[in-house]
Design a protein around this ligand. Structure first.
Ligand code: NAD
Length: 390
């Protein structure tokens, strides 16, 4: 069976779904690996490295493949080049991609979305949201340190003492905790806040101070945060304002699954920050935690430079690609049996990640959003027709 590694077409995307180092894992599983020309170039993986690792560079990788690996979803036009029944594994933001999901259904592609891989212990090695959040959280702290025109660490020298930078991190999920850990390693004094009950302990375990706003915690399903009411949001902003005003660097990473990023910091709060201060908003491209932040740009609000994140993981394409490729290898290992791509739709991880299969939308919330409520007799479980996949 043939696996194709797609060349990414998204503007500004530098990652690639498979790295030369892991091609051998795919051939060990029994796959022939085809790579579209220059697929890895922007992540510093030249075509020759894939060839050395045992892959074939081919312009016809997509039409010949049984399985396609991508970072971003294929466009409808590219998906139409695929063989009947071919499968695609990539990120696929289902809530904002209804037209594409309909096309994938109609084309007959079996599409898996990496965002939908259930976050259970068994699937940790397949969790691409976490691997990419790790990269972007690190990057945010480095960007803040780079933009700030002063030291992060305390310096005690013969010429006097330089006080450490005060860093505030809002949102302490995977990205936020990595930003905290990185800022701590650089020597800053770090304080952080998150709405989840478990977060305070996680923040402290990174060596930072957990900010206690004396507000109720907001826990949703699966250990994720819930959306705030308007009143809760206002009280949180009022309580956070002095921490923001006192920060040299503010890093925001808050998100609520399936929703726009919550707005946590108003422009008026940023205007209270000191001259030379820096704001790094990782959530800028999903609505923004900071009012006025612009993805991919640095703007000025009051005295602060405000940096808006835009596909931040792609700014470190080598490690981001390697971690993502390892996530894919783990998922493919689960979906491969005796050298054949044979996803078992009875498996919780496979069923959870599946979006379209055999001409149907099998991710029920997406199906309902696109096709409307199911009739009483409709059978909605993903079919267990592995034979179709071979
Ligand atoms: P995320 O990207 O959805 O959100 C980032 C953070 O923003 C979260 O910690 C969230 O609580 C926080 N947030 C949301 N609204 C906020 C607000 N108004 N103010 C401040 N903070 C706010 O989260 P994530 O990084 O994907 O992780 C979310 C949870 O999932 C964490 O508990 C994490 O440990 C857990 N997780 C579990 C697994 C696993 O079991 N395999 C893997 C990854 C993450």
């Amino acid at each position: 069976m043939k696996i194709a590694v797609a060349r990414e077409n998204r503007q500004g995307e530098s990652r690639v779904a498979m790295v030369p180092e892991l091609v051998g894992k795919l051939t060990d599983l029994g796959y022939e690996v085809l790579v579209e020309p220059e697929a890895g170039t922007r992540a510093e993986y030249a075509d020759a490295l894939y060839v050395e690792a045992g892959a074939v560079i081919s312009e016809r990788a997509l039409p010949e493949a049984d399985v396609v690996l991508g970072v971003n979803a294929l466009s409808s036009d590219r998906a139409r080049q695929l063989r009947d029944g071919a499968a695609v594994l990539s990120f696929l933001p289902v809530n904002s991609s209804h037209d594409l999901v309909e096309d994938l259904r109609d084309i007959g592609v079996t599409a898996f979305a990496m965002e939908l891989v259930p976050r259970i212990s068994r699937a940790q090695s397949m969790d691409a949201l976490s691997s990419q959040a790790l990269v972007s959280g690190y990057r945010c702290a480095i960007v803040a340190a780079g933009l700030l025109r002063r030291f992060f660490p305390l310096n005690m020298t013969a010429a006097g003492t330089v006080q450490p930078a005060q860093v505030v991190v809002l949102g302490a999920g995977v990205a936020g905790l990595q930003a905290i850990a990185t800022a701590k390693r650089l020597g800053a004094v770090v304080q952080a806040y998150d709405v989840r009950a478990a977060a305070a302990e996680e923040i402290r375990s990174m060596g930072a101070k957990a900010i206690d706003l004396e507000l109720e915690t907001l826990e949703g399903t699966g250990g994720y945060a819930r959306e705030m009411t308007e009143d809760r949001a206002q009280r949180q902003m009022d309580a956070l304002a002095p921490y923001v005003a006192n920060a040299d660097a503010l890093i925001t990473t808050a998100a609520v699954p399936g929703r726009q990023a919550p707005m946590l910091v108003t422009a008026a709060m940023v205007e209270q920050m000191k001259p030379g201060s820096v704001v790094v908003d990782l959530a800028a491209e999903s609505g923004g935690n900071v009012e006025g932040s612009v993805p991919g740009q640095i703007i000025r609000i009051g005295h602060a430079q405000v940096w808006g994140g835009d596909n931040v993981a792609s700014q470190m394409p080598g490690p981001a690609s390697k971690l993502y490729a390892q996530n894919l290898v783990s998922l493919l290992t689960l979906m491969t049996s005796e050298g054949e791509f044979a996803p078992d739709f009875e498996d919780e991880v496979v069923a959870g990640a599946a979006v379209t299969h055999a001409g149907r939308i099998v991710h029920e919330p997406t199906r309902e959003a696109i096709e409307g409520p199911a009739g009483p007799d409709e059978h909605l479980d993903p079919p267990n027709d592995q034979e179709d996949e071979k």
